[in-house]
Design a protein around this ligand. Structure first.
Ligand code: KIV
Ligand code: ZN
Length: 386
């Protein structure tokens, strides 16, 4: 089995569905260019049948993106597939992503179809999509609530009909990690020729488990992960790609897989997308939050100054964050105060550290956060006597 995990980004499709206002063609192109620079393997750029604006975005992006594969979504509807193929026709290589629900709940109460009809619609849609490209992905929508027998049956048919990537979405974020990994393991054990296709997962975050579920799927053999930057997406969002990518990198010892991502571009890409989409990143968000590499308590600050590995499992620079931040608050110790004084060019003999530290604590109690320029003012009054 390949040790590469394909990273499939759906910020411009599933992610955009979560925004109050849709993005303009120019904004979508800007996002696509930053994803390409970040080394994303596949960019799902839209659902071209959904609106003329979306069609135009897909068409424009298809002309400009050369290093990532472009993909568009289509239902099992002839017109959807035709429009998706047309929108991407100027791209040298592209993917059509078709989806249809396979759970009993969705079949009965949404589609009003039986499972044989679902299989027929799926297989005939794959045939239509193969007229436009040899790269067809199929998503069994609501796969995590589909019976294992039905899932195995449809996956077998899809592989026979030429689908290269089979996606197993946890559409409503209902699965828990060992449940999703059992689904993937079962597919590998029960479906003939399963190795002819790449197994992908697409996890939603309704129970906060999208990244954990995706990791357990990788351990069970999935080799494509779908998600969005900053985890934006329907309801509670999708797998946050920056988190899964860094988990793969930091825990390569256990996972034994890697990606094609240019890690140094992660922070910049996350910032660009947050700004364009007007979706602020929570301070404590893993990897890209403003506190992800800042240390507050005195014990942690002292530990980091002695050896960063004491409290950092990855170097901020790996994802393009320039420097580690020590927050100066009343929880900070002398080590952090001295660190900032050294940074500003002060020598030990320029000030009395005990005096400066007690003045700093008084100010921090009043002000909350203290900045280096505050320290400079305090240092003026803490000069060592000649
Ligand atoms: O969540 C989902 O099931 C989807 C499919 C279209 C892949 O977004
Ligand atoms: Zn989704």
């Amino acid at each position: 089995m390949s040790s590469k995990v394909i990273i499939f980004d759906t910020t411009l499709r599933d992610g955009e569905q979560a925004l109050q206002a849709s993005l303009s063609v120019k904004e979508k192109l800007q996002i696509a260019l930053s994803l390409e620079k970040c080394g994303i393997d596949i960019i799902e750029v839209g659902f071209p049948i959904s609106s003329p604006g979306d069609f135009k975005s897909v068409q424009t992006i298809s002309k400009k993106i050369k290093n990532s594969k472009i993909c568009s979504l289509a239902r099992c509807v002839e017109k959807d597939i035709e429009v998706a193929g047309d929108a991407m026709s100027s791209s040298d290589f592209f993917r059509i992503h078709i989806f249809l629900a396979t759970s009993t709940l969705h079949m009965e109460s949404k589609l009003r179809k039986n499972f044989n009809e679902i299989i027929d619609m799926s297989v005939s849609s794959v045939k239509k999509a193969l007229r436009y490209t040899d790269d067809v992905e199929f998503s069994c929508e609501d796969a995590s609530r589909t019976t294992m027998d039905n899932l195995c049956r449809i996956v077998e048919k899809l592989i026979k009909s030429g689908v290269k990537t089979i996606n197993i979405p946890d559409t409503v974020g209902y699965a828990i990690p060992n449940e999703l990994s059992n689904i993937i393991k079962n597919l590998f054990e029960r479906v003939p020729n399963i190795h002819k296709s790449i197994i992908s997962v697409h996890c939603h975050n309704d129970l906060g488990m999208a990244v954990g579920n995706s990791i357990s799927a990788i351990q069970a053999g999935a080799r494509q992960i779908e998600g969005t930057i900053n985890g934006m997406g329907e309801r509670a969002g999708n797998t946050a790609l920056e988190e899964i990518i860094m988990a793969i990198k930091v825990r390569e010892d256990i996972l034994g897989v890697s990606t094609n991502i240019v890690h140094k571009e992660i922070y910049r890409t996350s910032q660009i997308i947050s700004q364009i989409c007007n979706m602020p990143i929570p301070a404590n968000k893993a990897i890209v939050g403003s506190n992800a590499f800042s240390h507050s308590s005195g014990i942690h600050q002292d530990g980091v100054l002695k050896n960063r590995k004491n409290y950092e499992i990855m170097e901020p620079n790996t994802i393009g964050v320039k420097e580690v931040k020590l927050n100066l608050t009343s929880r900070s110790g002398r080590a952090a105060v001295k660190y900032y004084m050294d940074k500003m060019g002060y020598k030990d003999h320029d000030y009395d550290i005990d005096e400066l530290y007690s003045a700093f604590l008084k100010l921090a109690d009043k002000k909350g956060q203290v900045f280096d320029y505050d320290l400079e003012a305090l240092a003026f009054f803490s000069k060592k006597q000649e």
